[in-house]
Design a protein around this ligand. Structure first.
Ligand code: SF4
Length: 333
């Protein structure tokens, strides 16, 4: 069997080691010990040899804990997929001027893990001491100053919608290129907190449109997406077709593994992969499906198997937010 040549994002969760323990981290089942091997990365490149253009996302855990492997991966992508983009997600604690020089040289985009002011960031990103927070901010500014494209995803927890504007303005004051404001996935959203998020997001969009600030609200995940799916490579070598599955307990998540990378071969879970491709084909018969809707479609598949009432309620409100955000974002596109 071969993979669909229509891969949207290839997320490479290079390691599940991390210094922090964020309460909305969607990689819920980190062992904090696993790292992809060079052999598995070679197999991944073999798998992607017919795919011409992909958005690579290097993530973790914290990728900078495995810097040598990250650097070799970036060089490999540059050689084999010169038309593709590379985004590095990092909590920025271990960023240095040398790493920034390397990333800039290879035209890597940077997505730092910071949700705004210290209070909000430290509340949900356990392990973010004041010292670390200052370091993260310094490193973000250093990357911006070095001319890198830096765009944080500002994750908003349902209990912190009231701080959205202040957090956005703080991040914008660091001159980052754009900010993706994202509601925390599988968090306990209620009708009230969802309404509050939407109203504040609407105001942020108006502010972003009218201000002369360099930083803009990012509408990227509301853009229409062509038929395709993700490859989400876990440090174990298992591959999922979308990131949302990572948030579910292993007994649910594992039902959506479509492939596995070993050091010397790739194993396809063929019937499961065909079944999912068929479902995606049906989904993309609708016009204008966005990446967020594609992700929510996958989450709904997992949710059906999980069936926990509280989480299902939160997910319903989360989807209401995504629908409203799409309408607001499309007025910015
Ligand atoms: S820094 Fe990233 S990988 Fe680490 S716990 Fe937080 S969200 Fe998860």
């Amino acid at each position: 069997m071969r993979i669909s040549p229509l891969i949207k994002h290839c997320w490479i969760f290079i390691t599940d080691r991390c210094q922090l323990d964020c309460d909305y981290c969607f990689f819920r089942t980190k062992t904090r010990t696993k790292t992809l091997t060079e052999g598995q990365i070679r197999q991944l490149f073999g798998l992607l040899k017919d795919v011409r253009k992909i958005e690579f996302v290097i993530s973790g855990g914290e990728p900078l804990l495995q810097w040598d492997l990250v650097a070799s991966l970036i060089r490999g992508i540059g050689r084999r997929h010169p038309r593709s983009s590379i985004l590095l997600q990092s909590n920025m604690i271990l960023m240095t001027p040398e790493k920034i020089r390397f990333l800039r040289k290879h035209r890597v985009l940077l997505e730092p893990g910071i949700d705004g002011l210290a209070e909000t960031t430290a509340k949900h990103r356990q392990g973010t001491s004041l010292h670390r927070y200052r370091k993260i901010c310094e490193n973000v500014k250093m990357a911006v100053g070095a001319g890198m494209e830096v765009f944080p995803t500002m994750t908003v927890h349902p209990h912190d919608t009231s701080a959205m504007t202040a957090n956005f303005k703080f991040l914008a004051s660091m001159n980052v290129s754009r900010i993706d404001v994202h509601p925390a996935f599988l968090a306990p959203w209620t009708a009230d907190s969802a309404r509050d998020f939407i109203e504040r997001y609407r105001r942020l969009a108006a502010f972003s449109r009218s201000t002369s600030l360099k930083t803009k609200l990012c509408p990227c995940y509301s853009r229409p997406m062509a038929f395709g799916h993700d490859l989400v490579v876990l440090p174990s070598g298992d591959i999922l077709p979308n990131w949302t599955f990572l948030t579910f307990p292993p007994k649910i998540r594992d039902k959506f593994f479509i492939m596995k990378l070993d050091d010397d071969h790739v194993l396809f879970h063929a019937s499961r992969y065909r079944d999912l491709l068929g479902r995606y084909m049906d989904l993309f018969k609708k016009r204008g499906v966005s990446y967020r809707e594609f992700s929510n479609f996958n989450a709904a598949l997992a949710m059906r198997q999980w069936g926990r009432r509280r989480a299902t309620g939160g997910f319903r409100h989360y989807r209401d937010i995504c629908r409203a955000v799409k309408t607001i974002d499309r007025s910015l596109l």
